[in-house]
Design a protein around this ligand. Structure first.
Ligand code: TXA
Ligand code: MG
Length: 350
């Protein structure tokens, strides 16, 4: 680097508010302008924030990978805003896709289908399938309609960090790597969409989400036994992003159950947790505040828990926690996706 060269100031990130109809419309215009020009924009969806680009433009899609530092072998999801647009992305549209789309779209469900020829290799990581989702968040819907093309969008964080559920999380993770972040408020669902593979002979759950297995089974037959995906090793999955340690905070995460402060302290000691560097995240067995550096309380019902979970992890990281000790949720279907993310975040290897 030439020390005499004048420092070029990084362009400031524009964080665009959307809380009045006029601001919403202005943000749609600005995002559409950039996306049409082949740029990447961070946008709200109901699950987590996405880093979006024109899914039909390989160069724009490659920009997403560069910004995130995402390995090229991990495909990205294509977001649509109509049934016709969804069908234009797939070469085949099986009956199961119609049934699932009717039941759950727009919403937090991604369907993996044989890709149409308009979908570039950059999106599918060279594979023959494409993940398609019609999100319910009004902002991304308005942008897709204004653009007239589908949007490729992974979560708007650097690779291997926690998915963002608030524009501040996007800013903290991507900073000046993006020009525009659209502020659509806190994400309503809070964890990533359910991913289901319809490209093989039988429907298979690839990533659990808040549309859980029981709801899917009411509509289609699934190949895997309940819970099988969540416990499978990395090799068993065809979703390349499903590495074992994923969705992880910087702090180490320990899943525990306890009925008293003493039991919690014993559990932490047994795992080698230094209590003064640990934050406890509890929903039911709330310990006294002196067991750890900090005790946080998270809601008891799974929907509210999922909505708050990543923000709590982000906050623990910001406050410098070395450990997050999580009260393990119950073994019930509604908690499947949350437990999947907790298991992945506590895994120690990739
Ligand atoms: O809720 C969500 O799905 C969010 C929002 C932004 O829509 N997106 C998201 O994207 O979580 P990402 O890239 O962080 O996770 C996408 C997951 C990865 O595990 C990826 O491997 C998998 O979906 N995936 C995408 N396309 C696939 C395909 N064709 N076959 C199998 N898995 C696929
Ligand atoms: Mg992600």
């Amino acid at each position: 680097m030439d020390p005499t060269a004048p420092a070029t100031p990084e362009p400031d990130v524009e964080v665009l508010p959307t809380h009045t109809p006029a601001l919403f419309a202005a943000a749609v215009r600005r995002a559409t302008e950039l996306l049409t020009a082949g740029e990447a924009v961070a946008l709200p969806t109901e699950t987590v924030y996405g880093l979006a680009a024109n899914a039909l433009d390989p160069q724009a899609v490659r920009r997403i990978f560069a910004i995130k530092g995402r390995p090229a072998h991990n495909p990205v999801i294509v977001h649509v805003a109509s049934g016709a647009m969804a069908r234009s992305c797939a070469r085949e549209w099986p009956d199961a896709a119609t049934r699932l789309a009717t039941a759950f779209w727009p919403g937090p469900l991604t369907l993996v289908l044989p890709r149409a020829s308009i979908i570039p290799d950059a999106v599918t990581a060279g594979g023959e399938t494409v993940g398609i989702r019609w999100p319910s968040h009004p902002f991304i819907q308005a942008v897709i309609r204004a653009c007239g093309f589908p949007l490729a969008a992974p979560s708007a964080n650097r690779s291997n960090e926690i998915s963002p559920t608030h524009p501040a999380h996007v800013l903290a993770s991507l900073g000046n790597r993006v020009r525009v972040i659209v502020d659509g408020g806190a994400s309503q669902v809070g964890i990533e969409s359910t991913v289901i593979d319809l490209a093989g002979p039988a429907a298979r759950l690839l990533r659990p989400g808040m549309i859980h297995e029981e709801s899917l089974r009411a509509v289609v037959e699934l190949a895997t036994a309940p819970g099988a995906v969540a416990h499978a090793g990395p090799g068993a999955l065809r979703s390349p992003g499903q590495l074992r340690r994923h969705y992880a905070p910087r702090a180490r995460l320990l899943n525990l159950r306890w009925h008293s402060d003493q039991e919690l302290l014993d559990g932490m000691a047994a795992a080698g947790v230094e209590r003064h560097t640990a934050h406890v995240l509890a929903y039911q067995s709330i310990p006294s505040t002196d067991v750890a550096a900090r005790v946080c309380v998270i809601p008891q019902d799974p929907e509210a828990y999922a909505r708050a979970m990543y923000a709590e992890w982000h906050h623990c990281d910001e406050l410098g926690a070395r450990w997050i000790v999580v009260e393990t949720p119950p073994d019930l279907p509604a908690w499947q996706a949350i437990k999947d993310r907790l298991r992945r975040a506590s895994a120690t290897e990739g």
